[in-house]
Design a protein around this ligand. Structure first.
Ligand SMILES: Cc1ncc(COP(=O)(O)O)c(C=O)c1O
Length: 392
């Protein structure tokens, strides 16, 4: 048997290698502090769990869901209106997803023909490249550099690439960079998309995990955005429902209908009790969301204040559940992540795994309670690893 060629362009090897090394270190009896994963460790709000329990007990909820329940699509539109002041038609401008990952994977099948160019961020969350590759796209990487506040330089994209490009995938607040984008940037991006007839796929999975009073915008707030853009959201991080697999995409009505067509062949919808739980999350009190963001903010402070106190100078992110930390002098991102794991049992992800422009950084997840993050700092302090930055 031979595997398909489309699997050859995938770059998951770095993360698979870390996973393997983690298991070897754990087998030596070292207690692992896993800050590598992007899965929330918190439980959903009680009213969400209770709704799930109630609906699971209903014998009528075990058939195929096929498409999103009208009540879920309405709840999504209601949430968008409350949160962003954006009015969506639940029937034509919203589609439910089995987690935003599913939509990010399938969107290319709905809009990309083999050979089309897709503009993807470097570094970037892996499905942004993998989805287009599965559809036979050619990728054009947009380096996201600190010197440009981790935003793509749209003017630097050659005219020929703009002509051939069919889609651009971006994500703010950003995983792994933690960078944010303001409405001015989204406005410029929407103009760029109109000028070049390119579909914007904006992934806003972390829009609700923001700190210090910052409120991330939606690209759909820009006038004219829904003619060129769709936006992905996830209940995974906002409501700590990662294992439930529920998210959604909204915006351009044709693109919504094309994705619904792909989905009508590839899945039969989300388990109904989970849809009801998502409705409870979206329409219920949002205090849970605010409290969750505050918890991540406290974790951010414990980790970064601790790391700064031992000499590792790291910027505090305004959003997401990650810290993007410059690798100390003398290491590649992979070498540093491996040394850290070997000497302390702390797992972080090498930036290179997210693309070549991620070299020089590691991603640290705020996915453990404050005491575990403090323990990670203490182990690093005792490890003998010298964490002064290259420029110190
Ligand atoms: C940026 C980003 N987008 C999408 C996803 C996928 O989330 P979901 O659980 O909704 O599939 C993740 C998960 O870590 C993510 O980090």
């Amino acid at each position: 048997m031979q595997k398909a060629k489309r699997l050859e362009g995938l770059t998951s090897a770095v993360f698979a290698d870390m996973e393997q090394k983690k298991d070897l270190v754990a087998a030596r009896g070292v207690g692992i502090i896993n800050l590598g994963i992007g899965s929330p460790d918190m439980a959903p709000a009680l009213h969400v769990i209770e709704r799930l329990q109630k609906e699971i007990a209903d014998q009528g909820n075990y058939g195929y869901a096929i498409t999103g329940l009208p009540e879920l699509l309405e709840a999504i539109a209601h949430w968008y209106a409350n949160r962003f002041g954006v009015e969506l038609d639940p029937q034509t401008e919203v589609v439910d997803l089995i987690g935003s990952q599913e939509g990010l994977a399938h969107i290319s099948l709905a809009v990309i023909n083999p050979g089309d160019v897709v503009l993807v961020p470097d570094p970037g969350y892996p499905i942004y490249s993998a989805g287009p590759l599965f559809a036979g796209a050619k990728l054009y990487y947009l380096p996201l550099l600190e010197s440009n506040n981790y935003l793509p330089d749209l003017d630097a994209i050659p005219a020929e690439i703009r002509r051939k490009a069919k889609m651009i995938v971006l994500n703010y607040p950003n995983n792994p960079l933690t960078a944010t984008a303001d409405l001015d940037f989204f406005q410029r991006l929407v103009e760029f998309a109109h000028e070049n007839q390119i579909l914007i796929c904006h992934d806003a999975a972390y829009s609700e995990l923001a700190f210090d009073g910052y409120t991330p915008p939606s690209i759909l707030q820009v006038p004219g955005a829904r003619e060129v853009a769709v936006e992905f959201h996830s209940c995974s991080k906002t409501f700590s429902m990662a294992g439930c697999r529920v998210g959604f995409m909204s915006g351009h009505a044709d693109v919504v209908s094309w994705l619904k067509t792909v989905k009508s062949y590839t899945d039969y919808g989300i388990f109904k009790p989970i849809q009801y739980a998502a409705i409870a999350a979206l329409t219920g009190p949002q205090t849970y969301v605010q409290e969750t963001a505050r918890r991540y903010q406290r974790r951010r402070d414990v980790l970064i204040d601790g790391l700064r106190s031992i000499g590792w100078q790291i910027e505090k992110p305004k959003a997401t559940m990650f810290v993007w930390a410059p690798v100390p002098a003398g290491y590649s991102s992979q070498e540093f992540a491996i040394e850290l794991l070997e000497k302390t049992g702390v797992v972080v992800l090498p930036g290179i795994g997210f693309g070549p422009a991620g070299e020089g950084y590691v991603r640290i997840g705020l996915v453990q309670p404050e005491d575990a993050l403090q323990e990670a700092v203490d182990r690093l302090a005792k490890s003998g690893i010298f964490v002064r930055p290259a420029t110190a």
